[in-house]
Design a protein around this ligand. Structure first.
Ligand SMILES: [Zn+2]
Length: 68
């Protein structure tokens, strides 16, 4: 799982209620691992159609798109 554009394995999602709030995760282990400093109770659920953003470049798209 990596960015289709730059190959980066770090991404983030935006809070559905507050677009300035973001939650980072990395996919180095083959599955999404959210940053350890994010409280479990606020971690958003990742679905295939969750909109995610690459941390390194301007790519963004559906979570499903980085799975292949
Ligand atoms: Zn990228």
């Amino acid at each position: 799982m990596k960015c289709p554009y730059c190959g980066c394995q770090k991404f983030y999602v935006k809070d559905t209620d507050d677009e300035y709030e973001t939650y980072g995760f990395d996919c180095e282990s083959g599955q999404a691992c959210f940053d350890p400093d994010i409280d479990d109770s606020v971690i958003p659920e990742l679905c295939d159609d969750s909109h995610i953003y690459c941390e390194k470049c301007a790519w963004n798209g559906k979570y499903d798109e980085i799975k292949t």
